[in-house]
Design a protein around this ligand. Structure first.
Ligand code: BES
Ligand code: MN
Ligand code: ZN
Length: 481
């Protein structure tokens, strides 16, 4: 989708569709001499969140798409109204539309926030993935959306539009990578997609192959990857958008392109959904793409631990002990707890770049879905300021997380009789023990871990990637720049 700032006065606009609040729609209809037809068409319309109505008009505005409940709304209701409206808008047989919604009174929010919320809703509604349908359902026709802004807010809204376009394209990458089938989206495919970003002169893409990782002592990563015929890769992207000597922000993503569980094999129901086990990788790649497109003045280090978790004659057995690149040893009691194994070596590698902050993103535990469902990502951090920054970014974008504890009390669950630690903890608090495991591989760097097992994709009938937590990550990066 292409979002632009509308020029000129709303009254003088010519458009196949104007999407706006009931109040503004009334004014426009009156100004165009359509008042009585408008009144008839809207006599049963209820101006509440979730209701929309499209009114055909004569004159320069061919349609008025009225968004209920947007004269005055809470932030949450405004976002809800935008989501409903975007779904209606996308179905219209039009190539472009004009939106005038920024006059709405939303408590505590400015025009730039409203624009951001609106753009996110439209870009979400517009996303389609039909690459593998031999007769795809007809694509929507909407290509361009112009946003009308009150004169005093034009600068802020223009910025929101620039960022919104970048987020739209980053999230499309995240969703596409997630939705691609696991026979296509392999570790090598993730590397090829990362390399495309390297066309930008400020971006360098490199990787470690398995031979290199073995030589570097990444025994935990290799324990996961060794069972698969698809070779694993550690993908490294450097974006130098900021001051030369400024330490980068590091994003680390779990990129298990398919998680069978390995020898600790998963049960068959919904196993196909484990193609989304590279959701963390897809999210950090999408956030990186958005940051590059928005030309954010920051230095970014993005690391993707890409591997496939398969059972085979060469696969890791429960009970195997491996040495990680940090030197710490791990007894692998469950080969299905593979995310933390690839991530610990990735975290160790990230720290060699001396980042100022590390954020890892992973579909790490089913326990996180039990705890939080799909509405919030699980957030763990060794640093309160970083945790608060991420919580704020999530709140602002409606892509929320909820902080869970990293208390020492939980660490004991990882005790092993034979190695420095086991890769699984006791029965309860599975998301916490997973985070505790990761924490052992981070020294003094402020670090946060996002468990997105519940938020990265919609399971079941509406199966598909959600693109989360790219809005939160991107907002965090924008706020840091
Ligand atoms: N990828 C899964 C976690 C997951 C489950 C993500 C469902 C999305 C939806 C992860 O690798 C895993 O299998 N975790 C195990 C850990 C356990 C063996 C300690 C789990 O959650 O059962
Ligand atoms: Mn697993
Ligand atoms: Zn997994």
């Amino acid at each position: 989708m292409n979002f632009t700032l509308a020029s000129g006065e709303l009254n003088a606009s010519r458009t196949p569709c104007l999407m706006t609040s009931f109040q503004i729609a009334k004014k426009i209809a009156k100004a165009a001499g359509n008042q009585s037809a408008f009144n008839r068409a809207t006599q049963d319309f209820k101006d509440t969140v979730g209701s929309t109505l499209c009114v055909q008009m004569e004159g320069p505005v061919a349609r008025l798409l009225i968004i209920g409940g947007t004269g005055e709304a809470s932030a949450q209701n405004f976002a809800k109204a935008c989501n409903v409206a975007a779904k209606t808008l996308i179905k219209l047989p039009i190539a472009q539309a004009l939106v005038a919604l920024l006059d709405a009174k939303v408590k505590g929010k400015d025009a730039a926030w409203k624009a951001q919320t609106l753009l996110q809703a439209i870009s979400h509604a517009a996303y389609q993935f039909s690459r593998y349908k031999s007769k795809p359902a007809p694509a929507h026709q909407l290509k361009r959306v112009r946003i009308q802004a009150p004169a005093k807010n034009r600068q802020g809204v223009q910025r929101a539009i620039t960022l919104g376009n970048a987020l739209d394209s980053g999230m499309a990458l995240t969703k596409d990578l997630g939705n691609e089938p696991p026979n296509v989206c392999t570790p090598l495919y993730l590397l090829a997609e990362a390399r495309k970003m390297g066309r930008n002169p400020k971006v360098k893409v490199s990787h470690l192959d398995e031979k290199k990782m073995l030589a570097m002592g990444m025994g935990a990563f290799m324990a996961v990857s060794q069972g698969s015929d698809n070779p694993g890769r550690m993908i490294i992207i450097n974006y130098a958008g900021g001051p030369k000597n400024q330490a980068p922000i590091a994003l680390v993503g779990k990129g298990i392109t398919f998680d069978t569980g390995g020898i600790s094999l998963k049960p068959p129901p919904a196993m196909d959904e484990m193609k989304y086990d590279m959701g963390g990788a897809a999210a950090v790649l999408g956030a990186t793409k958005a940051a590059i497109e928005a030309k954010l003045p920051i230095n970014l280090l993005t690391i993707v631990a890409a591997a496939e978790n398969m059972p085979s004659g060469g696969a890791t057995r429960p009970g195997d002990i491996v040495t990680t690149s940090s030197g710490k040893t791990v007894e692998i009691l469950n080969t299905d707890a593979e995310g933390r194994l690839v991530l610990c070596d990735a975290l160790t590698h990230a720290q060699t770049f001396k980042p100022r902050t590390i954020i890892d993103v992973a579909t790490l535990t089913g326990a996180c879905i039990m705890a939080l469902g799909s509405h919030a990502s699980g957030l763990f951090a060794n640093d309160d300021a970083l945790a608060d920054d991420l919580l704020d970014a999530g709140q602002d974008t409606g892509d929320r997380s909820w902080r869970l504890p990293l208390w020492d009390d939980y660490q004991a669950g990882l005790n092993s009789n034979f190695a420095d630690m086991a890769n699984v903890g006791g029965r309860g608090g599975g998301s916490v023990t997973a985070a505790c495991f990761l924490s052992r591989f981070v020294d003094d760097t402020p670090w946060a871990h996002l468990d997105i097992a519940g938020s990265a994709f919609y399971p079941g009938a509406n199966k598909g990637s959600s693109g989360r937590p790219v809005p939160m990550l991107f907002k965090y990066l924008v706020n840091q720049s």
